[in-house]
Each structure stands twice: as structure tokens, then as C-alpha cells.
Design a protein around this ligand. Structure first.
Ligand code: ADE
Length: 250
């Protein structure tokens, strides 16, 4: 997976993404990060990319041209990468159109199913919004998916982009090691995690459930599954309902 992020703050994306599991995945060559600075496509000597809105009102809007040029830059970088693998004239190459995600509170609310679907793409362009937004004409022209990470408004689209990239990355085979990925494809997916404990087995008078010390793996599995169902029913009945429906139990 190659992420191409169009942003006013490339360093924010780079520093957050290069740590931890996503950093390790980049070292392994499983994902790549390419940031495209919007400011580099400013049309004036001040380096600004925003302007007043037609019709009045507070706030500034990112104008079309810097976004369009940054998008063209992303596409040409993707095509340069594709040239190395697929020669021009190849039908697959001609057909391929990279999805362009725009992070906005007006988008479809992100979930695990969308992360899974996006993880199948070879390249993703992510456009981070800012200020009051982006001129509608350019988003109409280039955006294929508008995505929100929840019903609240952030100061910019970089954190949502990072959330999406993180959730997509962990679905890519090899990004998580065996231990980390054990729940991703399991029966428990769609449920909340069961409670977990580490040493000591007693802390401030609170004991780890006996069953976890029993060495009976089948009983431990049953207990964990029961706890996951119980917890999900208590904290997120909506998720439990979906989980049951998917299995034809409800
Ligand atoms: N930009 C500002 N708020 C956002 C949100 N909740 N989701 C995606 N992009 C945003």
C-alpha cells in the first residue's frame, strides 16, 4: 500500500506515522508514505493557499488550483511508480484509477469494514481539509470518497487521515505480527476485547480470575468468548446486535 497524503502539514503526518507498528511496516516495505505539501503549490509569493469565500462569511477556504496541482503531482508520482511495474499500453494500467479520500466531517463515518476494503488498494491519495474547507469545484473534480472519523469537528484533516491510514495499515498482511493479529480474522471480530491481565496474579487485593491460571486452554477460550459477548452487550449493544445478525442468531 502506498499512501499519498496532500496536506498543509506534511511533518505532522510523517512524524506520527513513522513510529510504532506503521513505522516498522514502512521499514519492511509493506507500506510507503509520500506526502505532498499543498503550500508548495501556492499561487502567490506569500505561500498562502486559501482565500475569502464568495458570498461572505467568516473563515478562509482552500482554493482550487493548489489542490489540483498537488493532486496532479500525486498522480504523476503514482504513474512513475506504475511505469516500473506495468509497461504503458497495458490494459490494467490504463483502467486503474486511484481512489482519492477527502477527510471531512460531512463524509461517511469510517468503520472497520471501510478499512478492510481500502486495504485492498495499491495506492490511496488522501486529501486533508483545513480552515473552513476546500472550494467545492476541485473536490467535485477529484474526490472519490468523503470520509469522516466521527460526529465532531476537528481543526484539520491530518488526524483523521492518520486514523484512516493506521486502521487500513493494520489490515495489510504482514503489518501485524502473529500475536498482534490473532483477533483480526477470528470469531471474536466485531466484539469488544475480553478483559486481560498480566502479573502479579493479585494486585491491591484484586485477583486474576482462577480460570486463567488453570492451564485449561479450551476453558480459557470459552471464558474469553463469554466475557467478550458480555462486555459487548453491556457497553455496545448495537455491536452485539450486528454480530448476532451476521451469524443468523438474531
Ligand atoms: N475534519 C474535521 N473534522 C473531521 C472529522 N470529524 N472527520 C474527518 N475530517 C474532519
Amino acid at each position: 500500500m502506498n499512501f499519498h497524503v496532500i496536506t498543509l502539514f506534511p511533518e505532522m503526518i510523517e512524524s506520527a506515522f513513522s513510529g510504532s507498528i506503521t513505522g516498522r511496516a514502512m521499514d519492511k516495505g509493506l507500506i510507503t508514505l509520500d506526502t505532498i505539501s499543498l503550500r508548495a503549490f501556492s499561487q502567490n509569493s506569500y505561500g498562502s493557499v486559501d482565500d475569502y469565500t464568495y458570498g461572505g462569511g467568516a473563515g478562509m477556504l482552500i482554493s482550487c488550483e493548489p489542490v489540483w496541482l498537488a493532486y496532479e503531482e500525486a498522480v504523476s508520482r503514482i504513474e512513475a511508480g506504475a511505469d516500473e511495474e506495468t509497461p504503458p499500453g497495458n490494459a490494467f494500467r490504463e483502467e486503474r484509477k486511484t481512489r482519492v479520500i477527502f477527510t471531512t466531517p460531512a463524509g461517511r463515518v469510517f468503520n472497520e469494514k471501510m478499512a478492510e476494503e481500502l486495504s485492498k488498494e495499491k495506492d490511496l491519495i488522501i486529501l486533508c481539509g483545513h480552515y473552513e474547507g476546500i472550494d467545492q469545484r476541485v473536490t467535485d473534480r477529484i474526490v472519490t470518497d468523503e470520509i469522516s472519523i466521527g460526529d465532531y469537528v476537528l481543526t484539520g484533516g491530518e488526524l483523521p487521515a492518520l486514523v484512516i491510514m493506521d486502521a487500513v495499515s493494520r489490515r495489510i498482511p504482514g503489518v501485524l505480527n502473529n500475536d498482534e493479529s490473532k483477533d483480526t480474522e477470528s470469531f471474536e471480530e466485531g466484539l469488544l476485547e475480553y478483559p486481560q491481565y498480566t502479573r502479579p496474579c493479585e494486585w491491591k487485593g484484586m485477583k486474576v480470575p482462577d480460570i486463567l491460571l488453570s492451564g485449561d486452554h479450551a476453558a480459557v477460550d470459552r471464558w474469553r468468548h463469554h466475557e467478550a459477548l458480555k462486555r459487548t452487550g453491556e457497553k455496545r449493544p448495537d455491536l452485539l446486535e450486528k454480530w448476532l445478525e451476521k451469524r443468523g442468531i438474531y
